[in-house]
Design a protein around this ligand. Sequence first.
Ligand code: AMP
Ligand code: GLY
Length: 426
Amino acid sequence: MLGGGGREHALAWKLAQSPRLGKLHAVPGNPGIAEHALCHAIDLTDHDAVIALCDEERIDLVVIGPEAPLVDGLADTLRGSGISVFGPSQAAAQLEGSKGFTKDLCARAGIPTAAYLRTASRDEALSALGRFGLPVVIKADGLAAGKGVVIAETTDDARAAIADMFGGQFGGQFGGAGAEVVIEEFMTGEEASFFALTDGATIVPFGSAQDHKRVGDGDSGPNTGGMGAYSPARVLTPDLESEVLTRIIAPTVQAMADAGMAYSGVLYAGLMLTAEGPRLIEYNCRFGDPECQVLMLRLESDLIEVLSAVADSWLAAIAPPVFSPQPALTVVMAANGYPGTPQKGGMIAGLADAERDGAKVFHAGTLRDDQGVLRASGGRVLAVSVCAPSVRAARDAAYRAVDAIDFPQGFCRRDIGWREIAREAE
Ligand code: AMP
Ligand code: GLY
């Protein structure tokens, strides 16, 4: 298991339930993952060190959690050494790593998405603005940790965003962000996330979710990696889901195979449910965080079998994954200051109390200090997760668990699930 956030704790927790598991190792892991795995302090950019660990421990399957090592080609390096990997190749991970790549692929394959212009020229970007109306969406190409998207309400804001992106504000870290921009038509509708597993040929739906991206109650304040989520996304009805599979996911997998970069792993489609039907906002090449936490709570199938079948291309041979019909909901507890500069070191206690009534607390940015005290070490710190007969019941139980946790330097949103709970009440 590679990674050390809440998503990876959820995956490790589920992998640990598999009767097929020999021994679970994690790089770098976190204190929650350490309950299920032996954690190794290895830098994921050091591919040789990761391979050496796999050889030493005779690892049968490597599960890559985050996008950065995928975009960095770690799956290719591992496969090159004969190791089975869950996660796409560097070429295939362009679906997340390059917005322009994905938009061009959608255009070629006729996949419904926002109209766009991809350009490396600041002048072309500026002069094209008039074609898009307002608001208009400006995106830096490349991974920008969620910060490369600006929804401009005025032409002045749009011009400023373009200037920033070409000025290199988002450039550098991953080598490409800022060198190109994508300008997009603004789509309206409700957002939902859909997950599909594929080994490059067979495609298997793997659940849906909705998350809460803004930091504050009532969807206020700046964007974050996600302050909470629930699964399933009931707005994505079975009819819409099959439309997404046939019009968006299947043509993508086919186009990737045709281009000689077959996609193997989880394809996470961010969708806008517009009046004209579902349209693709973007792809991610890994599970969502915290969407993965709610998917894993609902998953009843053996995760090792499922991920191995993807990694070794026998997805057609396994029974389709089964999820509990009950919804799951997760509330993220973040360190004060997030998503700006989160306070590090805040003490955390009460997790056993929080889990007493069936909640599961996944660790994200936590560490144990020399005295064994659990402390905050990142922006998003915990994901307090519950599976229950209704979203309202899951929310109530999740907040009871949140209230049992002693984390004075942390906060959470108090309205996770509001949209779905309002629908349940209809
Ligand atoms: P992304 O980083 O591409 O996921 O974009 C972040 C967020 O910006 C999405 O979750 C949407 O809320 C919003 N967004 C991105 N592209 C569009 C678009 N073309 N129309 C409307 N909203 C968008
Ligand atoms: N929660 C959104 C993401 O993982 O990208």
